[in-house]
Design a protein around this ligand. Structure first.
Ligand code: ADP
Length: 333
């Protein structure tokens, strides 16, 4: 029997035990109260409680009726408990399934995540192993060849590093505190853009910063990560000599931060999937230089969900993409 079915049955059995225990206690109390009242003796002739007088025949008939009442009470309680058992079994199973479903789903997601992460880890590790084994098999390894092997090792180690960093970022999202502070947008965005300028310059991409909002109340760490990932992608998935625009503007309800590129864009069917962990649009369009792990946008999505920012994507294949983040004016409680 699969583990999940066993877990449901075990929990249902516990629920049923609780329901039955309560039903039996209730029946016991009901029976005791009724039995005490039924065994209350009839008043004697000289009893001050009333002038009622019962003949011996009436007394014996009443005794029989009391016995019958007691038996039919027991029968009713047995029937009640059997009905409770039947209904309780169905209800416990229903309740156990409902209780365990979200836990099972979370466990499935966790397992899927571990298996995807292991798969991603294996690729650079296999490459590292192959490069080193081939080098070792050679009879002699001159300085030039040794350096080439070491360089390949460093590339794969860097890949492993960035994967470990991305995985860590993902786990940090769960742990981070939901605090917020006032962030002055001009210095904040200028410093972020400054850090990404190197990557943009390598592709002759212009980073155009348009700030039309003064400040926002947000979590600094989250906003830094969100904008960095979006701008990093905009650079990665854009051809040379294009422009990536980072714009901030204020509306009545929120502050909007927009990252637009003139890059490869996304097909409709990919526009939802790209926010899934480890999802990357087909590799033919993403050459080695653009290689990643498909974790950047899932981090963005998780951060937006955690901090209550609304994320929106507008993209046209071959023309470019715009990612918009809506930040509530007062932050999120
Ligand atoms: P990574 O970039 O590391 O592969 P992401 O989660 O950041 O992972 O992105 C997932 C996929 O979404 C990318 O592989 C790419 O195919 C697509 N993508 C992300 N940003 C853009 C963009 N600005 N333009 C076009 N495609 C994009």
């Amino acid at each position: 029997m699969p583990d999940s079915k066993k877990r449901v049955q075990r929990l249902a059995a516990s629920y049923l035990a609780i329901i039955m225990a309560m039903s039996l206690i209730f029946s016991g109390i009901l029976y005791t109260v009724a039995a005490v009242q039924l065994s209350d003796p009839l008043p004697d002739r000289d009893d001050p409680r009333g002038q009622l007088f019962f003949s011996n025949e009436q007394r014996s008939r009443l005794g029989e009726r009391t016995q019958q009442t007691r038996l039919s009470l027991i029968a009713s309680l047995v029937l009640l408990n059997m009905s409770v058992l039947g209904f309780g079994a169905w209800f416990s199973l229903f309740l156990a399934r409902r209780t365990l479903r979200p836990i099972e789903e979370a466990m499935d997601m966790q397992n899927q995540f571990i298996s995807d992460a292991s798969h991603e880890l294996r690729t650079p590790l296999t490459a590292l192993q192959a490069v080193n084994e081939v080098a070792l098999r050679k009879k002699s390894l001159d300085d030039k060849k040794a350096r080439a092997v070491l360089n390949k090792n460093i590339v794969e180690i860097e890949r492993l590093h960035s994967l470990a960093d991305a995985l860590l970022e993902l786990t940090k999202v769960e742990k981070s505190a939901r605090t917020h502070e006032t962030i002055e947008l001009a210095p904040f965005l200028q410093s972020l853009v400054g850090e990404l300028q190197g990557a943009a310059s390598q592709k002759n991409i212009m980073l155009d910063l348009q700030i039309k909002a003064q400040s926002v109340i947000a979590n600094r760490m989250a906003l830094t990560q969100i904008i960095t990932n979006l701008v990093d992608n905009a650079i990665k998935y854009s051809p040379e000599k294009t422009t990536v625009t980072i714009a901030a503007e204020q509306t009545k309800q929120d502050v909007i931060v927009r990252v637009s590129d003139q890059g490869i864009g996304l097909a409709k069917e990919d526009q939802v999937k790209i926010f899934d962990r480890f999802y990357r649009v087909d590799n033919a369009r993403t050459d080695a230089a653009k290689s990643g792990y498909g974790l950047g946008l899932s981090i963005v999505k998780a951060l937006c969900a955690k901090y209550g920012y609304i994320l929106h994507l507008d993209s046209t294949l071959g023309k470019g993409s715009t990612f918009t983040v809506h930040l509530p004016l007062k932050g999120v409680e």
